[in-house]
Design a protein around this ligand. Structure first.
Ligand code: FES
Ligand code: FES
Length: 171
């Protein structure tokens, strides 16, 4: 049976896309197959594992249980959009430095949750980091290196923000 297509206008990583989508197309499949943004991974497809987590209007969302048709007028950030040009986001940098990934399957979702946490709370406790990341499953790392990477990123982001507040700072 053919489904009626719906036109959506959505901002993804700073670029506006206008596409006709079927009502049952998930956001994860839209990102991966329509836009070619395959950095968003699909694991359980039931909203449980967190691998498909993206930032929707600035907040983490499971793209496997979100429909693309709901995205009309919304803004999405995916792992392809966290870096600034050649410069990795501080959380990405800390993950790389602290071996916070092995197979990398969970990593895009972990990054989304961690970036959201640090944007809301620049100085989270270890417990807050663990609670935030409890919705993202990792089969490889044991989580310790991920928590450490988020702590390191948080400290660096606080230091950068303090530097930016100094009189005479460049930015
Ligand atoms: S693939 Fe979406 S939560 Fe697992
Ligand atoms: S690094 Fe393999 S699942 Fe997390």
């Amino acid at each position: 049976m053919e489904h009626k297509l719906h036109t959506i206008r959505v901002m993804v990583n700073g670029t506006e896309y206008v596409r006709d989508v079927e009502p049952r197309l998930t956001l994860a499949d839209f990102l991966r197959h329509e836009l070619g943004l395959t950095g968003t991974h699909v694991g359980c497809e039931h909203g449980v594992c967190g691998a498909c987590t993206i930032l929707l209007d600035g907040a983490p969302a499971r793209s496997c249980i979100t429909f693309a048709v709901q995205m009309d007028g919304h803004e999405i950030r995916t792992v392809e959009g966290y870096a600034q040009g050649e410069t990795l986001h501080p959380v990405q940098d800390a993950f790389w430095e602290h071996n916070a990934l092995q197979c990398g399957f969970c990593t895009p979702g972990m990054l989304a949750s961690a970036i959201d946490l640090l944007e809301r709370n620049p100085d989270p406790s270890e417990q807050e980091i663990r609670e935030t990341l409890s919705g993202n499953l990792c089969r490889c790392t044991g989580y310790q290196s991920i928590v450490q990477a988020v702590q390191v990123a948080a400290a660096r982001m606080r230091a950068a923000a303090a530097g930016a507040d100094q009189p005479g700072s460049a930015s």
